[in-house]
Ligand binder design. Structure first.
Ligand code: PLP
Length: 428
């Protein structure tokens, strides 16, 4: 018998890994649920319905010759390993000259399989396993800690200031960086997930100017296009060699399914990330679809969808406080999601109520949101992704009825749609 023993053979930090969890671990997408859990773009991709030119030039065609064409019969070739054309489109989008007169170039870019690849690649690039550390500011995006644990990198946590500002505690961050030279990276999320708040540019500038710390500030701007125009600091990487700005096409561009993320950085940092990556990490279909989304017509659709979602966000902010049992908005309104307290019958924010609302909404009403009550400073909170107009209408009705039931204010008769949902409930 082989002496193989998984428990002693695998790396201890991987055996102990607490994997990323999402609401879809609990509730499957059965095609009927309203999915307001993962901050996707409810209005769909930034692609015109008839805009995806599919060609079939087949053997002999060169991959990437027309990056905005989906060449199905050319898929036997590996994709372009450098993605210069796609990178130029990203640079054109983020060169606004709002923060610097300098201009981004493809040398400033790493593109990856979602921004999750860049989150992991930076850790592998800068943190020696078992020795170096990552600074994070909870409440924040869960993949930072999962990736850190997978890379055997420990966390230094400097919580954000309490809600509703959820601003950076800049003096504490500066002190932590002064005290511990093994911190190599600081992951800051702006607008924050789950806070929805944009971080202050002057706080970020103070951290970038730390007089003794030898490390990088990474700003995750996954939701930046839902914020005010020109709020992205991507072009600031031309000013600060210790700044990285992460972006993704998964949110405002509505392309979570293609897995395309980017890290803007000083050319020397971008070169390290590019040296480290698998050679063909961006597939040809991903590259073609991303190029279309970043074309003039794609950008126009993205901006229209963002405007539609922001209108529904304003509607939620106006309507939610009218529902009995909905507490305070705990974060900002700079993203396509909102963080709200759920109140028990004593009027207190509480996790039992929030969890019961989360479960009943999904199982009985077919509306999946995200329970965030166990995150730092988010007691009793649900994170609600902004949906389409119809989804928001259904969500508001379902939430009102669910809160009445959970708070013991009477059973509310289900509407026809809910009866169907309950009959077909799909729990993962
Ligand atoms: C703050 C933040 N960063 C990054 C990501 C991951 O994005 P991607 O789909 O590009 O991997 C998410 C996804 O929810 C997120 O909320």
């Amino acid at each position: 018998m082989s002496p193989f023993n998984l428990q002693t053979c695998a790396r201890p930090n991987i055996l102990a890994l607490d994997p990323y969890r999402c609401a879809r671990d609990d509730y499957k997408d059965d095609g009927k649920n309203i999915l307001l859990d993962a901050n996707e773009n409810a209005y769909g991709p930034a692609l015109a319905a008839d805009a995806v030119p599919v060609t079939g030039s087949g053997p002999g065609s060169s991959p990437g010759s027309d990056p905005a064409t989906l060449d199905l019969l050319g898929l036997h070739r590996y994709p372009d390993p450098h993605q210069q054309t796609l990178k130029q489109l990203l640079c054109d989008l983020r060169t606004t000259h709002a923060h610097t007169p300098k201009t981004l170039s493809p040398a400033n870019l790493f593109v990856g399989v979602g921004s999750d690849e860049a989150i992991d690649a930076l850790l592998r690039c800068f943190c020696v396993p078992g020795r170096d550390k990552l600074l994070v500011c909870p409440p924040t995006y869960g993949m930072y800690s999962v990736s850190a644990q997978a890379n055997d990198v420990s966390l230094v946590r400097v919580p954000l200031l309490p809600a509703p500002t959820f601003a950076l505690d800049t003096p504490s961050i500066l002190a932590a960086l002064s005290a511990d030279p093994s911190i190599k990276l600081a992951y800051l999320c702006s607008p924050g997930n789950p806070t929805g708040s944009l971080l202050s540019k002057s706080s970020i500038a103070q951290i970038l100017a730390h007089p003794t710390w030898n490390g990088l500030v990474v700003i995750d701007e996954a939701y930046i296009d839902f914020s005010s125009p020109e709020s992205s600091l991507a072009e600031w990487v031309t000013e600060f060699p210790n700044l990285v700005v992460l972006q993704t096409l998964s949110k405002a561009f509505g392309l979570a399914g293609i897995r395309l993320g980017a890290a803007f950085a000083d050319p020397a940092v971008a070169a390290l990330l590019n040296n480290l990556k698998a050679p063909y990490n961006i597939s040809s279909p991903t590259s073609a679809l991303a190029s279309l989304a970043l074309s003039d017509s794609g950008l126009a659709i993205m901006r229209r969808n963002v405007a539609l979602l922001n209108r529904q966000r304003d509607r939620l902010v106006a309507e939610l406080p009218k529902i009995k049992g909905v507490g305070r908005l705990r974060g900002g309104t700079d993203s396509n999601f909102l963080l709200y307290e759920m109140l028990n019958d004593k009027g207190e924010a509480d996790n039992t109520t929030a969890l019961a609302v989360y479960e009943r909404l999904a199982e009985e009403k077919g509306v999946v949101v995200r329970f965030r009550g166990r995150e730092h400073g988010c007691l009793g909170c649900l994170r609600i992704t902004v949906g389409t107009e119809e989804e928001v209408t259904r969500f508001l009705g379902a939430l009102e009825r669910t809160l009445k039931e959970v708070r013991g204010e009477g059973q509310v008769p289900a509407d026809e749609e809910e009866k169907e949902v309950a009959a077909n409930a799909v729990v993962a």
